[in-house]
Design a protein around this ligand. Structure first.
Ligand code: ZN
Length: 450
């Protein structure tokens, strides 16, 4: 007897075989049989049967760029991601991942399969006392950061994340030394690049050099949000480096506004010049006292002083430019989900269905669109996820292709999408028709040893 039978949907295994009608039988956390139509009678006594007629059945989505480092909030980000079909995720991006042992202690039983990167800011600079983000770490501090990073990687951290715009003082010597340690383990460096203005092209070049000189795998994070007016140019730089054999990739979230903490260096004086005249009227507070309002220089200064953790959404990007980036065949879809002070950007609840909508409008077939959120991110992070076959972990997403679409807005960022029918994590039903099943079924994952 099987634990679960998902009966009669169109099955996307993402293993190279064409999508086909099939029923999926699950037992002991694994896909135990993929049954052709007519053969599923043998599974009719399954404990739990889900009728998937007319629906698409695919691997749970893999989100390699999200934030779950505010440990006082147990589950907001994880649950919002599950509610859009994600079953595996990587946290600690943009330099904000703590030392791995802290993540292990704080997230013993996550809702989805969760990995952590160690961040150069929260995990390393702050641990060695270099709390001033504008000054370079001293050589002795860099050596100490390297040994902390080494320990975290030994314990199972997925890689290193750099948040260079947030830590302008991070020197070449610092990131070069950290990249070398990461390379020893064959792990990946993800980066929130140094500049989000015209200097972004140079900032991408800096990272390609880092990857080349250290032989380290590199992922340039949320490209479109960093590269206003230069996204195509930056994609080309990355594509050319990859063609020369540099192991570099990029991801993007499908929104033309970014979001970060009020206190971050992004909103330091001079942003209006950097963004060619886009001023505080483009900034929307999405948490705290000013929630829902566009800012002025006065309220921005007040928010930065009083609520530095509060979130501000910057409506400064170009929709066409972002959608072109998402539609680049090399681009991985990732959410950059984050929640703080009761606020969020709608990417926390809408990224994956929204990206599917964009890709379909751009002429993508379902399988090629789904690759960008299953196989490609799983392979990039060397995660055992993103494909379904007999014996694979039963992490499964079922959606209605006619109705699956994001509903989250800047006013209501947590609204789940329509059309997501079922999410299975580790063989357990985690979500069915927008309702959670009660308890977490994920695992905190350690990267396999070097
Ligand atoms: Zn970032």
């Amino acid at each position: 007897m099987f634990d679960l039978l998902i009966r009669g949907g169109l099955f996307f295994g993402m293993t190279g075989d064409a999508p086909r009608p099939a029923s999926i039988a699950v037992k002991d956390g694994k896909v135990s049989a993929i049954l052709p139509p007519g053969a599923d009678a043998m599974a009719a006594d399954s404990e739990n049967i889900f009728d998937a007629a007319g629906l698409y059945v695919c691997p749970g989505f893999v989100d390699i760029h999200m934030h779950d480092e505010r440990f006082e909030d147990p589950d907001t980000v994880q649950r919002c991601l599950i509610a859009q079909g994600v079953t595996t995720a990587v946290a600690g991006n943009c330099g904000s991942g703590p030392l791995f042992e802290k993540s292990l202690a704080a997230r013993p039983r996550p809702w989805l399969h969760l990995s952590y990167l160690v961040g150069n800011r929260a995990g390393l600079r702050e641990e060695v006392g270099r709390t001033d983000r504008y000054t370079p770490a001293a050589p002795a501090e860099i050596a100490q950061m390297c040994s902390l990073l080494r320990e975290s990687l030994q314990k199972g951290a997925r890689g290193l994340s750099l948040g260079l715009e947030y830590a302008p003082g991070a020197s070449w010597e610092e990131i070069d030394a950290l990249a070398a340690v990461t390379a020893e383990f064959g792990r990946i460096v993800t980066v929130h690049i140094r500049y989000d203005d015209d200097r972004c092209v140079g900032a991408v070049r800096e990272m390609i050099r880092l990857s080349k000189e250290n032989g380290v795998r590199l992922q340039v994070s949320h490209l479109g949000s960093m590269t206003m007016g230069h996204t195509r140019e930056c994609e080309t730089l990355i594509e050319e480096a990859a063609a020369e054999g540099v192991d570099v990739g990029f991801d993007c979230y499908p929104y033309d506004a970014f979001c970060t903490a009020a206190g971050s260096a992004v909103y330091d004086d001079g942003f209006v010049e950097r963004w060619k005249g886009k001023g505080p009227e483009c900034l929307e507070a999405v948490s705290g006292r000013f929630r829902g309002s566009r800012l002025t220089f006065g309220t921005l200064a007040e928010m930065r002083r009083e609520e530095p953790d509060g979130l501000i959404v910057a409506h400064v990007m170009d929709r066409e430019e972002i959608e072109n980036c998402v539609a680049n065949p090399a681009c991985i879809v990732a959410s950059d989900a984050l929640a703080a002070s009761g606020g969020a950007h709608p990417r926390i609840a809408g990224t994956f269905p929204r990206a599917l909508g964009i890709l379909r409008r751009r002429g993508y077939g379902w399988e090629d669109a789904l690759r960008k959120m299953t196989v490609m991110p799983a392979d990039r992070m060397r995660l055992d996820a993103g494909r379904l076959y007999e014996g694979a972990a039963a992490d499964i997403t079922v959606f209605d292709p006619e109705t699956f679409i994001d509903r989250a807005t800047f006013q209501e960022p947590f609204t789940p999408p329509d059309g997501l029918k079922l999410v299975v994590i580790g063989g357990h039903v985690a979500l069915k028709d927008k309702k959670f099943s009660g308890e977490p079924h994920g695992s905190l994952e350690r990267a396999p040893g070097p």
